[in-house]
Design a protein around this ligand. Structure first.
Ligand code: HEC
Length: 109
């Protein structure tokens, strides 16, 4: 990632932290609602391997501070098309809206 991209990402993050309602208004979810929805999808589909809160790990790695390792787009792409042994659950068990909420939840860990 270039410095310029990182800087724009940081600006966006700062903006979303200060103005979450504005930032997520277009999605018709507040940030809190999106995180809560993502947490539910996570508990139903992912916690068996990544831990109840995603940070404990187990058969899969801890997802704590995932946002430092992968962009939101990269997280979504991975969930849609993971490498084994992580199972592919898209699009049968989890859909596009679920993935959007999952990414927001995972970025909060
Ligand atoms: C059967 C166990 C299993 C389930 C269920 C599972 N995963 Fe995984 N996941 C893994 C394993 C194992 C890896 C590590 C794969 C690798 O590194 O090649 C992984 C890796 C990941 C990564 C990349 C981690 C990193 O540090 O870059 C993400 C993100 C992720 N999983 C999210 C999810 C989400 C979201 C779900 C639910 C929709 C889920 N996983 C369900 C086993 C699982």
């Amino acid at each position: 990632m270039s410095l310029k991209t990182s800087f724009i990402g940081l600006l966006a993050l700062a903006y979303c932290t200060l103005q979450p309602v504005l930032c997520f208004a277009a999605e018709k979810d507040t940030a809190g609602q999106a995180i809560a929805a993502g947490k539910t999808v996570f508990e139903d589909n992912c916690s068996s391997c990544h831990g109840a809160h995603g940070t404990e790990g187990g058969a899969g790695p801890s997802l704590k501070n995932l946002k430092a390792r992968r962009s939101g787009a990269a997280i979504a792409a991975w969930i849609k098309n993971p490498a084994p042994p992580m199972p592919k659950m898209y699009p049968s068990a989890i859909g596009d809206t679920d993935i959007k909420h999952l990414v927001i939840y995972l970025q909060s860990l």
